[in-house]
Design a protein around this ligand. Structure first.
Ligand code: NAD
Length: 313
C-alpha cells in the first residue's frame, strides 16, 4: 500500500520542515499538510493543504477519507511557556487532539500514528544528568503533565488495541526556517537571529542553564527513521529518549562569537528559568540508538556554522 500522510499542525516550527522532507520522500501529493492557519509559501505551493482543527475528530476523518490517508503525524500542541499561561486550553488541545487521532487508529481508519513527546515529561525529582529512559517522571508544568499523560495514552492504545503509535521525547529543537512557538528553549533560536540583526541578545535563561538540544535536521531525520523502523524494533511505546547535544547560553554565545566576534549576550531570567530548572541537562538515548539505530549528525559547532551561513544568505 502507498504511504499517504496527514500532518496536523504542519505550519509550526517542526511541521514546516518535516512536511517538506516527507514530501521529498513520499511525493508531494501523498503528504497532506493541515493546520488552523496557513503555512509558508513553500508548504502552500508544494502540495495539498487543508484547514483542520486537530481536536475535531470528524474533520480529521473527512480528510483521511478524502485522500485515503494511512499515517498521521500529530504536531498540533501548545508548548511549555504558553501552556503555563493558558493551562486549561493547553490541556484541551494537547489531550483531545491525541485522543481523537488514537481513536481513529483504533477504529482502523489509519494504520500508523506519530506523536511527539518532550523532555518536559521529566521534573525536579528526575536525575538531571544523562537522564535514563525509565526514571521518575513528575513534571512540574502543565505542558509536561500533558506529555506524560499523552505517553501513557499512547502506550495504552498500543497494548489494548494494537495501535501502531510511535513517539520521541524531543529536546529543544533549533531551526532557522521557522521561528519557534512558545517553548522554553526558544532562546537558542532567537539568539542566532539577534546575533545577525543586532549583534546583541538578552537571554531569558541564566548563563549556566544547561539543556538538551537538537538541530532541526536531526529531529526531522529521527522522526522519519522511527516511523520507518520495523514494527518489532519499536520497543518503547511511551516515548523514546532522544538526544544530540547539550549546552548553556554562555556556550552557544561563545560559539557564535567565533563567527561574529563583537556579539554580546546579557542575561535577564524570567518565568521560563523555573521551567528550565525542572528539566534534565542531558539525556541518555542509548535505547533509541540500539533499537532503531538512531545517530545524530550535528554538534554545536556544525549547527552554528550551518545556521549562520543560511541566515546570512
Ligand atoms: P509550534 O507551536 O511551532 O506549532 C504548532 C502548530 O500547531 C502551529 O502551527 C499551530 O497553528 C498549530 N495548532 C494550534 N492549535 C491547533 C489546532 N487546534 N488544530 C490544528 N493545529 C493547531 O510547535 P512545534 O515546535 O512545531 O511543535 C510540534 C510538536 O513537537 C508539539 O507536540 C510539541 O509539543 C513538540 N515538541 C516541540 C519541541 C520544540 O523545541 N519545538 C520540543 C519538544 C516537543
Amino acid at each position: 500500500m502507498d504511504t499517504t500522510i496527514l500532518v496536523l499542525g504542519a505550519s509550526g516550527q517542526i511541521g514546516t520542515e518535516l512536511t517538506q522532507k516527507l514530501r521529498d520522500i513520499y511525493g508531494s501529493h501523498n503528504v497532506i499538510a493541515s493546520d488552523i492557519k496557513e503555512g509558508n509559501t513553500e508548504m502552500m505551493s508544494s502540495g495539498p493543504f487543508e484547514i483542520i482543527d486537530a481536536t475535531n475528530k470528524e474533520t480529521i476523518l473527512e480528510v483521511v477519507k478524502k485522500y485515503d490517508v494511512n499515517q498521521v503525524y500529530l504536531l498540533a500542541a501548545m508548548l511549555s511557556a504558553t501552556a503555563e499561561k493558558m493551562p486549561q486550553k493547553a490541556w484541551n488541545l494537547n489531550m483531545n487532539s491525541l485522543l481523537a487521532v488514537l481513536d481513529l487508529a483504533k477504529e482502523k481508519h489509519i494504520q500508523q500514528v506519530y506523536w511527539p513527546s518532550s523532555i518536559a515529561v521529566f521534573g525536579p525529582l528526575t536525575p538531571k544528568e544523562n537522564t535514563p529512559q525509565q526514571t521518575v517522571m513528575q513534571p512540574s508544568t502543565v505542558y509536561g503533565i500533558s506529555k506524560v499523560s499523552g505517553e501513557f495514552w499512547c502506550n495504552y492504545y498500543h497494548e489494548k488495541f494494537g495501535v501502531d503509535v510511535r513517539s520521541l521525547r524531543y529536546p529543544g529543537i533549533i531551526s532557522w526556517k521557522t521561528k519557534p512557538g512558545g517553548g522554553t528553549t526558544d532562546y537558542a533560536v532567537d539568539i542566532y537571529f539577534k546575533a545577525i540583526e543586532d549583534k546583541k541578545y538578552e537571554c531569558f535563561l541564566s548563563e549556566n542553564t544547561r539543556l538538551p538540544m537538537m538541530y532541526m535536521n536531526d529531529a526531522v531525520n529521527a522522526t522519519i527513521q522511527l516511523m520507518q523502523a520495523k514494527e518489532e524494533d519499536v520497543k518503547i511505546r511511551t516515548g523514546y529518549n532522544l538526544s544530540a547535544i547539550d549546552f548553556t547560553p554562555k556556550e552557544i554565545a561563545a560559539e557564535i562569537q567565533k563567527h561574529i566576534p563583537d556579539f554580546e549576550i546579557t542575561y535577564n531570567p524570567d518565568f521560563r528559568q523555573a521551567i528550565a530548572d525542572s528539566w534534565p541537562s542531558s539525556i541518555d538515548d542509548s535505547q533509541a540508538r540500539k533499537d532503531w539505530n538512531w545517530k545524530h549528525e550535528f554538534d554545536l559547532k556544525s549547527m552554528t556554522s550551518d545556521i549562520l551561513k543560511n541566515l546570512n544568505k
